[in-house]
Design a protein around this ligand. Structure first.
Ligand code: ADP
Ligand code: MG
Length: 260
């Protein structure tokens, strides 16, 4: 019998409210294993980005736990001290933004964008950093001769592929993607989805991908969680949720009435 893959992330009753109003996230719980892709769908404002930012260490939740596997133990992200969290996060968790400009350094070269997180993780040797940068450019289908170009002059699709290379080069265990194909042309989106699928398979990373696009969810996610007003209202295997949605809101989402 095949052993179950290791649990990489466990979220327990996570809640976050901004400014004493309606909770952006309310008692969200789930877990994720190595090699697994969890999709989160829900209309705009349902709390998807807030949840992701709590998992990425960017926003502190009001309540609940974010437990992440480290080499030989489990880290409780929001009870560790800030200095330890800042040391732990860059090599373990990567956040891919919808807008590549939010996840890139536009003032340094494409190669520099890949080398920078490797250097932060302890890489020192110029030759090996450049070799790794070239390998990653190839993986994400950017010509090697572009290594010294500034990403400022790249197309949106190329910038997004570079952001993915920058985010994955340090081999994080957990990759969080917020609408990774949003804002791109449909043909560029399709190529990017193919790339993401093959990288996930090749690297065996655990991925949480937020999207409001049911097509993206169907292509990338093994399991789906549906959010409405900060709560998880339905979850299950992607095909089950999309082909036989139980909740009326999920039925509306799937029929694309609420998309956008
Ligand atoms: P989604 O990503 O699903 O569109 P968000 O997580 O961005 O949803 O937003 C969930 C709710 O939290 C919304 O009502 C939004 O206005 C609110 N919200 C998100 N970020 C902030 C913030 N920094 N300050 C105040 N309210 C916020
Ligand atoms: Mg969002």
């Amino acid at each position: 019998m095949k052993a179950r893959a290791r649990e990489i992330l466990r979220v327990e009753r996570l809640s976050k409210t901004f400014g004493g109003r309606v909770p952006a996230c309310s008692a969200v719980s789930f877990s994720l294993r190595q090699g697994e892709v969890l999709g989160i769908v829900g209309e705009s404002g349902s709390g998807k980005s807030t949840l992701l930012r709590c998992l990425a260490g960017r926003i502190q939740p009001d309540e609940g736990k974010v437990l992440i596997a480290s080499d030989d133990h489990i880290i409780d992200l929001w009870t560790m001290d800030e200095a330890s969290r800042e040391q732990f996060l860059p090599t373990t968790v990567s956040l891919i933004h919808q807008n590549p400009r939010d996840g890139l350094r536009l003032d340094i070269s494409a190669g520099g964008n890949i080398a920078e997180p490797l250097m932060a993780a302890g890489g020192r040797h110029y030759g090996s950093l450049r070799t790794t940068a070239l390998e990653w450019l190839q993986k994400v289908d950017i010509e090697k001769r572009r290594i010294d170009d500034l990403p400022e002059i790249f197309s949106g699709g190329m910038q997004q592929r570079l952001q993915i290379a920058r985010g994955l080069a340090t081999h994080p265990r957990l990759v969080l993607m917020d609408e990774p194909t949003g804002g791109l042309d449909v043909s560029v989106q399709a190529k990017l989805l193919d790339l993401l699928r093959s990288l996930v398979r090749e690297l065996g990373i655990a991925v949480v991908v937020v999207t409001h696009d049911i097509g993206v969810a169907r292509l990338l996610a093994d399991r789906l969680m549906v959010m409405q007003r900060g709560r998880v209202i339905e979850e299950g295997l992607t095909d089950q949720v999309l082909d036989d949605p139980h909740h009326a809101y999920t039925q509306l989402l799937v029929s694309s009435v609420l998309q956008g």
